[in-house]
Design a protein around this ligand. Structure first.
Ligand code: FAD
Length: 819
């Protein structure tokens, strides 16, 4: 190299600092100056939410380098608080505003690297400039949020935008003690994954207490002094602070003013060497448009990995090395409380939009050998090219081990691999780490079976459209207990292991649509049937996926949710004698499976034995409290981690039941009817009993659930049948009809009029009164599932439980009414 080259870099974080370091390693003589508008360089943007939540404790952990340390290591002239305000390509110079002095100056260059990143979008809505509205990009933004929480002690926060930053903030702000609401205009969070995979994420967030408001947006913000009033597309909300996280926009004003070409989004256009349309000016990171590795289309992805790679490639080219950027595939990963959500390549939305000839498979595999303790499943959605089996994209929602599987898929996609190649990958295996057939191999096998015609699939979105007129057979091959715990409407049950002996019950002239829990037994059934002359289709992802999209999921109560007075023993755990510990694995079973398994184990156990049961059924925890209370067993502990709840129950003596101090004078009302008159009667009785100081529980099942429905339409995803059901059933107390003399609604109006004129509280007031008097309103989870009613559609304050909770209440009552 002849004359020393002078390289200027604008932006001192991911792309800029990487370019500077690589330049120095390649060219010891170059004159390198890095300009950074802010006070910090090379900081850990990705760690900022975790500092706010307290996971990262030290401020210093966020700054990987200081200007001094960077200079000492790389001999780069780092100028912080120096903002570049203009680029003059013809003169090959830039103008800099030094915020330390307030003065401007010029600096010439041989080569220029732009790495200005992207700014958080703040929509132009009324009230956006309130000091209670925040965005998060930099270290000062982080301190502002942290200090606001410490000094003003807000109780509630609304996060607008369910993208990566929004979701990370939701978790961390909840960790910091705030009640969190997330609002998103879309019907799902995390746009890079598809709705079917986001359903588990929604459930996880709700189970952790985050209030999700999807399909909504903030139209204006009013600062009321100590709180914000948010006008939403539908309804309004109050929040003590608001985080705007609706996305980012490339920060390219100075580039555009200098004539550097950008796309309609404002992202700088570069070639594979990261060179802009102007000679000697390179651009990298969040400021540039990318080429999608899968589709070859131009796109925009703001991620640290591409920024770092591009910074290195720009430096290589400046130093005469021929290195190229080969496109971005959007590999990304996120922690959502216990869950891991990872994706790479394109999603189904994109494949559909581009009209690609694709198909998809859903697989559900354990992260390691099922017999080795702690195995948990991950859901894998794989998008592949129909003709060749080439892998186009993968989404994984799971727990431990999801990250490494997504990375293997990301590597496979980079290498242009097909599903056939996935079956051949030889991946590390020992029981604590994986299975001999790794989840990646499994996805390959399943797709290979599809591609080679060994099985035909149908999908969760096809289920609602399947004819229920007898022209096809709808067959569920799970065990009868699984089937009874919940199944899709119209499906009949023949357990897989009985299938060969019951073939004569099925007609060969009709196609058979099969389902099982996750797709594996359905596939085995499909193979048995197709080799016996039947035409079969298997539900990809099985009932589990269908239920995760359309089913009702009671929130998992936290350990603190257990009432210490009634559900736990008074004796401290340490003083209890424990004979032997019995481990019970009920993971994968759904209500009432775990309770049934537990009660069998308790019957066989001796007094003082400890049963440690692990489950993955969210309803179990709420059933368990009542179960232990009534059976005289002692609930010692329960905890939930990474999708597995573990409860410890000490077998008590029969005496414990009779000795219990719980008075048996409660009132247990089972409301089956959705008739107005019967609803009024049940709430009058409930209020009267509550007024006498009695504990009152009302268990709403089947038509009774309609009393608890919110009057307004709630935007939730439903299948066709549930939607029709929902439309036909009355939405809330105001729309109920009389059991007799309804006369097209005139009777109901008359009775309301008479009650009002006689000063009798309306049904709505009776309900409010009951809630205020501590009457427990319980919605039956099984009926909700059957009727397609979701938790969001019910009025606030309603608890969701199974039959075991109702029976526990019945045993503590001296009166049970079935209305
Ligand atoms: P930046 O890192 O934003 O750096 C640009 C710098 O340029 C800024 O410091 C800015 O002050 C400076 N600048 C701008 N204009 C000028 C000017 N005119 N003069 C001087 N200086 C200027 N990505 C992931 O892959 N994984 C994650 O987990 C992840 N988490 C994130 C969490 C948060 C809260 C944020 C904000 C981002 C996260 N990202 C994550 C994205 C990732 O940080 C970015 O993709 C990456 O930092 C982009 O690098 P960059 O160099 O293009 O821009």
């Amino acid at each position: 190299m002849g004359k020393e080259q002078k390289v200027l870099i604008i932006g001192g974080v991911a792309g800029g600092a990487t370019a500077a370091a690589r330049l120095r390693r390649l060219d010891e003589k170059a004159d390198i100056i890095m300009f950074e508008r802010g006070e910090y360089i090379s900081f850990a943007n990705c760690g900022l939410p975790y500092y706010i939540g307290g996971e990262i404790k030290e401020k210093s952990a966020l700054t990987l380098q200081t200007p001094e340390s960077f200079h000492a290591r790389f001999h780069v002239d780092v100028r912080v608080k120096n903002e570049v305000i203009a680029i003059e390509p013809k003169m090959k110079q830039i103008t800099v505003l030094d915020h330390n002095t307030g003065l401007t100056y010029e600096e010439s260059y041989d080569k220029l690297v732009l790495s200005m990143g992207a700014e958080a979008i703040k929509p132009n809505i009324e009230g956006i400039h309130s000091d209670k509205v925040f965005t998060l990009r930099s270290i000062p933004d982080t301190y502002r949020i942290k200090e606001y929480i410490e000094q003003k002690k807000p109780c509630t926060v609304t996060i607008v935008g369910g993208g990566f930053i929004g979701i990370e903030m939701a978790e961390n702000l909840q960790q910091a003690g705030l009640a969190v609401t997330v609002i998103d205009l879309a019907d799902q969070v995390l746009a890079p994954i598809d709705y079917d995979m986001a359903s588990d994420v929604h459930r996880q967030m709700e189970s952790k207490g985050v209030n999700l408001m999807l399909g909504n947006s903030v139209r204006s913000i009013t600062d009321l002094g100590n709180t914000l009033k948010l006008a939403l597309n539908s309804g309004e909300l109050y929040a003590d602070m608001l985080i705007m996280a609706i996305g980012v926009r490339p920060e390219t004003k100075i580039a555009r003013e200098a004539g550097i070409a950008v796309n309609e989004r404002g992202a700088i256009l570069v070639n594979e060497h990261m060179l802009t349309n102007i000679q000697d000016i390179y651009a990298v990171g969040d400021a540039v448009a990318i080429t999608d590795f899968i589709t070859g289309d131009q796109g925009y992805v703001a991620l640290a990995g591409p920024a770092n790679k591009q910074g290195r490639i720009a430096a290589d080219n400046i130093c005469g090395l021929d290195s190229s950027y080969t496109g971005t595939q959007g590999s990304a990963i996120l922690k959502v409380f216990d869950l891991t959500v990872a994706s790479t390549g394109i999603n189904e939305k994109t494949a559909k939009k581009l009209g690609l000839n694709y198909d998809k498979s859903f697989t559900y595999s354990a992260n390691h050998a099922g017999y080795y303790p702690g195995a948990v499943n991950m859901s894998v959605k794989t998008i592949f090219e129909k003709t060749t089996g080439k892998i186009l994209g993968v989404q994984i929602v799971g727990f431990d081990g999801s990250d490494k599987r997504c990375d293997v898929f990301a590597t496979a996609i980079r290498a242009g691999m097909t599903a056939y190649d996935l079956t051949r990958l030889e991946l590390c295996y020992a029981p604590p780490f994986s299975s001999a057939k790794d989840p990646v191999n499994m996805a390959g096998y399943v797709i290979e079976n599809l591609l080679t015609g060994k099985v035909k699939n149908f999908h969760w979105h096809d289920v609602g459209n399947l004819p229920r007129d007898g022209s096809v057979t709808l067959l569920d091959v799970r065990t009868d207990i699984e089937y009874e715990n919940g199944h899709m409407e119209g499906f009949v049950n023949i357990p897989l292991d009985d299938l060969r002996n019951r073939l004569e019950e099925l007609s060969r002239s009709k196609p058979i649509y099969l389902t099982c829990q996750v797709g594996l037994r359905g596939y085995i059934a499909a193979r048995i049937l197709s080799q016996n002359g039947f035409d079969t289709y298997n539900l990809s992802g099985g009932y589990r996926l269908y239920h995760s999209i359309f089913g009702t999921h009671p929130p998992v109560p936290s350990v603190k949710g257990f009432n210490a007075d009634t559900q736990r023993a008074d004796e401290p755990k340490s003083e209890l004698r424990i004979n032997k510990t019995i481990q019970l694995d009920a993971c994968g079973l759904q209500c009432p499976g775990p309770i049934v398994k537990l009660s069998k184990a308790l019957r066989e156990a001796s007094e003082g034995d400890l049963i440690e049961i692990s489950t993955t059924d969210p309803a179990f925890a709420s059933d368990l409290e009542g179960f232990c209370r009534r059976t005289g067993n002692i609930l010692l502990d329960s905890s939930s981690n990474k999708g597995i709840s573990i409860a410890q129950i000490r077998k008590g003596s029969k005496l414990a039941v009779t000795d219990t101090s719980v008075a048996k004078d409660g009132k247990n009302i089972i409301v089956f009817s959705g008739d107005l008159d019967k609803a009024i009667a049940s709430f009058i009785i409930a209020n009267a009993a509550a007024a006498m100081g009695r504990k009152v529980s009302m268990f709403f099942t089947f038509w009774g659930l309609n009393i608890l429905r919110k009057p307004e339409k709630v935007n939730v995803k439903k299948n066709f049948i549930s939607t029709m059901f929902g439309m036909m059933m009355p939405r809330g107390s105001r729309n109920l009809t009389l059991s007799k003399m309804n006369m097209g609604g005139i009777g109901a109006k008359m009775i309301r009029y008479v009650m009002k004129s006689k000063n009798i509280a309306s049904l709505e007031d009776l309900i409010k009164m009951a809630q205020a008097n501590g009457v427990e309103l319980i919605a039956c989870s099984m009926s909700m599932d059957v009727m397609g009613i979701q938790i969001e559609e019910l009025m606030d304050g309603v608890k969701i439980s199974g039959a075991a909770a109702m029976l526990a209440n019945a045993e503590e009552s001296d009166m049970s009414l079935f209305i």
